[in-house]
Design a binder for this molecule. Structure first.
Ligand SMILES: Cc1cc2nc3c(=O)[nH]c(=O)nc-3n(C[C@H](O)[C@H](O)[C@H](O)COP(=O)(O)O)c2cc1C
Length: 273
């Protein structure tokens, strides 16, 4: 049940909901009606586009949405966020407040997903003590692979071999960069775009994290570890029918950047015919 409800006292019969509905399942007969509940994408565009907040769907009260007029961020600030975000590889040895992690995840789940499938699972290590156990376990697994000559040839084996050495010799964690928290995204393999959905969700999480003063780093090294030790996937509680997205380490940064880097120009290929 999608619980589509129109407040007829508020509705001005402008038809915006009918025109905007990407699934074409709203028709205006005096007031808006849903013609095909099954076809509804549950995207809430009808609730969002209604100028008089007359439409409720999925039990959502439109008055509880944030009004957009006057509340959008200043573009220059967003540019600074995008250009000023840096991979953080030094972290304070402290937990982030759990409410802050929850807030970031709640925002990240607003990221777009193919066909609005919204199946992304956020597997999070939200306590430093748990992260430290995982860190120790992963390093022990890697050391075992190294000692038994099971690290692969090539750059993956070289990177991971160096990571084991750094951990054993100086307690330096190159895999998770000493971060107190970890986020791994996954999505059901039968979702229309599971891999893309997981990456977009992590990118959204990352930008919002930096806006809130939280450092992050995409964790390709941990992804390499997972490729060698796939039993880590159920170990993390990720369902068997999920496609793994990516991992991101995060926490309170112990480094401060003072200016943006200077990249570009963008590599552009203009299609002209
Ligand atoms: C898919 C992906 C995987 C990455 N994996 C790692 C990693 O395992 N360890 C690490 O320190 N940085 C990792 N990075 C961070 C990149 O090295 C970093 O984004 C790049 O050097 C640019 O620096 P910036 O993020 O500060 O702009 C990864 C980045 C991406 C996008």
């Amino acid at each position: 049940m999608i619980q589509f409800h129109v407040d007829e006292e508020r509705c001005i019969q402008c038809g915006e909901c009918e025109v905007e509905c990407p699934a074409g399942v709203i028709t205006l007969e005096d007031f808006p009606k849903i013609t095909d509940e099954e076809g509804c994408l549950q995207c809430q565009h009808c609730l969002a586009v209604c100028p008089t907040a007359a439409i409720s769907i999925l039990g959502k009260n439109p008055d509880e949405s944030v009004a957009l007029a006057g509340n959008m961020p200043d573009p220059a600030g967003l540019v600074t966020l995008i250009k000023g975000r840096r991979s953080v590889r030094r972290y304070k040895e402290e937990d982030l407040p759990p409410e802050l992690i929850d807030e970031l995840l709640d925002i990240a789940c607003h990221a777009p997903t193919g066909v609005n499938a919204r199946g992304v699972l956020f597997t999070v290590v939200n306590k430093r003590a748990v992260m430290n156990s995982l860190r120790t376990e992963v390093m022990a697994r890697l050391a075992k692979l190294k000692d038994s000559g099971q690290l692969p040839e090539g750059f993956i084996g070289q990177y991971l071999g160096r990571a084991v050495k750094a951990w054993q010799e100086s307690g330096m964690d190159i895999i998770f960069r000493g971060a107190p928290h970890l986020l791994v995204t996954s999505a059901p393999q039968d979702a229309p775009c599971p891999v893309q959905d997981t990456h977009i969700a992590l990118t959204t999480f990352q930008l919002m994290a930096h806006a809130r003063g939280v450092g992050t780093v995409w964790d390709g090294l941990f992804m390499m570890v997972i490729s060698l030790c796939p039993d880590l996937i159920p170990r993390l509680g990720i369902p068997a029918n999920h496609i793994l997205g990516y991992a991101m380490a995060f926490g309170a940064p112990a480094v401060e950047f003072h200016r943006t880097v200077q990249r570009g120009p963008a590599q552009v290929n203009v299609v002209s015919r």
